[in-house]
Structure formats: C-alpha cells, structure tokens
Write a protein that binds this ligand. Structure first.
Ligand SMILES: [Zn+2]
Length: 274
C-alpha cells in the first residue's frame, strides 16, 4: 500500500518580503520536504508585482531540482493592496494589466479594503478595489481579496461593479470575519482562505467559522512571512508551515488530514487553474 502524501498548496505567500527573500532557496527546499508542491506568490504593489513574477519564474530553478518534487511549483499574482491604494496612479493600470496577462500570473490581488489599519484613505481604497474588480472581469482571472473590518462593503462593491450574474471568481484570503460574511462570499462563488490564525488559542471564532465552511470551498495559506501557526508561532512564517493549518482544518472538520490536503489542493488548482 502506498503511503505517499498528498501535496499541499500554499495559496498565499510573499516570498519577496524581508526574512524570506534572503533565504528563498532554503525556504523552497524546506517547503518541498514538508510536502508542499505549489505556492502562489502574492503581489501587493507596483514595486513588488514584478518581483513576485520574477521569483515565480526563477527561484525554483535557482533552488535546483525538479519543480513540484524537489522544490514547489511557483506561481504569482499581481495586485494593489488596500494599504498601498493611495500610491496608485493611472499609469500603474496598463502595467498591471500587461503583467496579469502572463501565464505564470494566475490571479489578481491582493485587492480589497482594510478599515482596521487604514494605511490609505478609504476613498482611495474603494477606487482601487473597483478598478481591480473591473480588471478581473476583463482578464478573467480570479481575485485574491484582502478585507479587514470591511467585509460587507467588499461584498457590496462586488455586487455593484460586477453584479451577481457575472461575479469574478476568487478567494477571501486570511479569513477572520463572521459566518455571515463567509456565507455571503460562498453564495457568490468565492473560496475562503484560512491562515495560521485558525490555530491560535485566542481566536476561537476563526476556528468556529472555518469548521462551518464546506471543505470543497477552503484554501490553506501561510500569508508568509506573517501569522506563523502554532506550534511555530513567533517564528518567521514560511510555506513549509502550511501543513499545520491544513491539519487544524482536518481536525475541525473531523476528517483525515490526507483528505484535507487532497481537497484543499484540488480547490486551489480549480480556482487558479494550476
Ligand atoms: Zn498577504
């Protein structure tokens, strides 16, 4: 009988951030050893989008070995994070549209609203999100949505800009919101991305909501270098830790960890076409 482990997909990491970029070859090898076979490297702003793409193209080759076996297969997304919305100018849009058309770019984002940190004024955030949705509709690639204390407004914006009958596909990443918001996202066809926060003892409500989301709509992610899961909490997060998130989901759903791996990886493949 084979005991081969199902490959994991870390559906959301930032490999170009400090603490990861200087050791990315080691990070990728450790990820492969931990059973991670694919990683989506998420862009956030005009200066990091091309870096995310370039890393997706070359980092696995630099680390050596066969992608998907010795090192994970890498993909990228390009987006304008709500934190950076105030810096986005008209000239940035044709650039991101060209980047988005590249085959290694499997999604658009992060786009969204963040009213918790509010690093950019709300009207700038709203403007960028609306254009991001329009871009996703035009290009036909899925959206990676960042929402913090603004979930219902993100849903309303999707309904307004896209409409219920031509909703873009996508994922609400690093989900920490209520069941009502999860339900609204699920009704619109979105997946829900769960990070290491689901393992935190002080975030029982995140685990409660994750337990109610159907397994065929869940993605696992690290959001590395942030949010390291228990028992790695406090360390720099990296894709090799995504298995802790997946195991926690398996426990919450009362299913075999291998089944959770197979399911969440299949979900990521379906969403991103990878
Ligand atoms: Zn992120």
């Amino acid at each position: 009988m084979t005991t081969e482990r199902e490959g994991l997909c870390d559906s959301h990491a930032h490999l170009y951030f400090p603490k990861l970029v200087e050791q990315v070859s080691d990070v990728l090898r450790r990820a492969a050893q931990a059973g991670v076979t694919s990683i989506v490297n998420i862009g956030t702003r005009p200066s990091t989008n091309p870096v995310a793409i370039e890393q997706a193209r070359s980092a696995a080759a630099t680390a050596g070995g066969t992608p998907g076996v010795d090192v994970p297969q890498l993909y990228a997304t390009v987006g304008f994070h709500p934190h950076e919305a105030a810096e986005i100018v008209d000239e940035d849009w044709p650039v991101i549209e060209r980047q988005a058309a590249e085959p290694i770019v499997v999604g658009l984002g992060e786009f969204g609203l963040d009213y918790h940190y509010e690093h950019s004024p709300r009207d700038a955030q709203r403007r960028v999100l609306r254009r991001g949705i329009e871009l996703a509709l035009r290009i036909g690639k899925p959206m990676v949505i960042h929402s913090r204390k603004a979930g219902l407004e993100v849903i309303e914006t999707l309904d307004e800009v896209a409409g219920r009958d031509r909703m873009p596909r996508g994922v609400f990443h690093c989900f920490t919101d209520t069941w009502e918001l999860a339900e609204a996202a699920l009704e619109r066809g979105f997946y829900i991305g769960i990070t290491g926060i689901v393992t935190f003892p002080n975030a029982p409500e995140v685990a409660e909501v994750a337990a109610r989301i159907p397994m065929d709509r869940l993605l696992v992610e690290t959001d590395a270098p942030f949010c390291a899961p228990v028992p790695m909490r406090g360390k720099t997060n990296e894709p090799s830790f995504v298995g802790y998130v997946c195991d926690r989901l398996a426990a919450l759903h009362g299913i075999d960890p291998q089944v959770a791996r197979r399911q969440t990886t299949a979900n990521a493949r379906r969403l991103f076409g990878i």
